[in-house]
Ligand binder design. Structure first.
Ligand SMILES: Cc1ncc(COP(=O)(O)O)c(C=O)c1O
Length: 489
């Protein structure tokens, strides 16, 4: 491999005196450095920047970019993460200078167009949720959860009720208990019963007057619609508790079923998943929350509001608000993409999204269920969880081996080992944007892999520059900056 195509860093390619371009000597006399900055702020030695040619830089970055597996290059069935294709039209619209070049400190009067978009976005999200009050501020689903729980805490505090517990099913995403703890609640875990549904007896046994909120994901993280949801929400309301809907799985029910209609009092959206904000590799996100009227006063302020003359303003006059949870209006770049997605599709289009997402998931389930165990039945919503439990027992092939081997065949791995209630879990979410041909190729590859040599699978992937990094160490001890060899320990 050519040196510039190798894994070497630009620092390692550096040669003294090499340059990308040479500018003519400036004929403007340079002021002495000390005139620009106080002496104690001046650098005493030059920065050790890489000295490279333009072609080195271009090849380095282009080669790095081709190592990325992303939704624009590969099928990406990452369950719970909803990696659907991000339409390029929305990228272009969100990048229009009139939107992208605004400064967040401009006056309301000078950003009327943006405020109108955000106002409409609040209204669309309220309509889809069946919950009338919306804050666009939270920057991700997890922050939406935390914000809504703080809203609940403020509500109960004002009512003079001491409610200290948040009940959460054992199949929930890890951010649910984490948010509850950060908001100051005690977490009570509710068991799942057969079929991955909430165990109503366990819920009843754990529900008392200290319960503030029940956090439920519907469809749940096994891709099953909680058909007892009306009983659950009634049970919680009878004890004076609130119901929170983790909306990460809204892709399954858009236009079909509204959280507010089945009894949720609060919910978050993951705009970056459900409404196609690009979000691989950790961000940026957007996690607006929608709540019932009586919780509206506690929402993070400001909200976008409309004057009687039709103009828009940021409403800061919200004395009961929990305050800001994010600077300015939230992650506007992602909200804009979500807005254009909603405007492009309209109500009918959104309904078709969830129909197609559910159809695609059921098609894959049907193709795989005789080869991989699918513990929660022959039907699913927008995703399903298969298990490599028997493959592990009989052939020593793990969910991780399968996920890694898929990379060799050009597929991103499904989510593995989540939810924790399914051993050797492979959580597969094809989304609505994939064709039958892609689904067939994926199914055939999954079927083929479980017949491959286990010893070879343990070493997979074999075709990628990096095979099996130590993921735990990479997460716990990330090396985020280059250290010159002479300084490395
Ligand atoms: C079910 C569920 N809830 C909550 C979250 C948290 O969302 P975010 O990653 O936007 O913080 C996720 C994210 O993967 C999820 O899958």
């Amino acid at each position: 491999m050519d040196k510039a195509q190798s894994t070497e860093l630009l620092f390692e390619l550096s040669q003294p005196g090499r340059r990308c371009h040479r500018l003519p000597e400036s004929d403007v006399p340079a002021p002495a450095a000390a005139e620009l900055l106080p002496r104690h702020q001046l650098r005493s030695t030059p920065l050790p920047l890489p000295e490279v040619a333009e072609s080195d830089v271009i090849r380095h970055y282009v080669n790095l970019s081709t190592r990325n597996m992303c939704i624009d290059t590969n099928f990406y069935p990452l369950g719970s993460c909803t990696m659907k294709y991000n339409p390029k039209r929305h990228e272009r619209l969100a990048g229009l200078p009139g939107l992208a070049n605004l400064h967040p400190l401009q006056t309301d009067a000078s950003v009327q167009g943006m405020l109108e978009i955000l106002y409409d976005m609040q209204a669309y999200l309220a309509e889809i949720a069946g919950l009338p009050m919306v804050s666009l501020q939270p920057a991700a689903g997890a922050q939406g959860e935390l914000s809504a729980l703080l809203v609940a805490a403020a509500y109960f505090k004002e009512k003079g009720q001491k409610r200290t517990k948040v009940l959460i099913p054992d199949s929930a995403h890890g951010t649910n208990p984490a948010s509850a703890v950060i908001a100051g609640f005690e977490v009570i875990t509710v068991k799942s019963a057969a079929g991955a549904l909430v165990d109503l007896n366990d819920l009843k046994a754990k529900l008392d007057d200290q319960a503030a909120v029940f956090m439920i994901t519907n469809p749940n993280t096994c891709g099953i619609f909680e058909k007892q949801i009306l009983d659950i929400t009634r049970m919680m309301h009878e004890r004076g508790a609130l119901v929170y809907l983790d909306g990460a799985n809204m892709n399954a029910i858009l236009g079909k079923s509204r959280p507010g209609d089945f009894g949720a009092d609060m919910m978050h959206y993951n705009v970056h998943k459900t409404f196609t904000g690009p979000h691989g590799a950790g961000g940026p996100g957007s996690g607006p929350i929608a709540v019932r009227d009586f919780l509206g006063p506690y929402l993070p302020a400001p909200l976008v509001a409309k004057n009687s003359d039709g103009s828009f303003y940021l409403d800061h006059d919200r004395p009961k608000s929990i305050g800001r949870v994010r600077s300015f209006f939230g992650n506007v770049g992602i909200l804009l993409r979500g807005y254009f997605y909603l405007r492009t599709l309209g109500p009918q289009g959104l309904t078709e999204v969830s129909e197609q997402a559910v159809l695609n998931a059921n098609y894959l389930l049907a193709r795989l269920k005789d080869v991989y165990e699918v513990p929660n039945g022959p039907r699913c919503m927008h995703e399903f969880v298969a298990s490599a439990k028997y493959l592990r027992r009989d052939k020593k092939i793990s969910a991780m081996d399968i996920g890694k081997r898929l990379l060799d065949y050009g597929f991103h791995a499904p989510t593995v080992y989540f939810p924790l209630t399914v051993p050797e879990a492979l959580m597969i979410e094809p989304t609505e944007t994939e064709s039958k041909e892609t689904l067939d190729r994926f199914a055939e590859t999954m079927i083929r892999i479980q017949n491959e040599d286990p010893a070879m699978l343990h070493q997979a992937p074999h075709t990628l520059p990096i095979s099996r990094p130590d993921e735990v160490r990479a997460a716990r001890e990330p090396i985020l900056k280059w250290t010159p060899p002479q300084h490395a320990s």
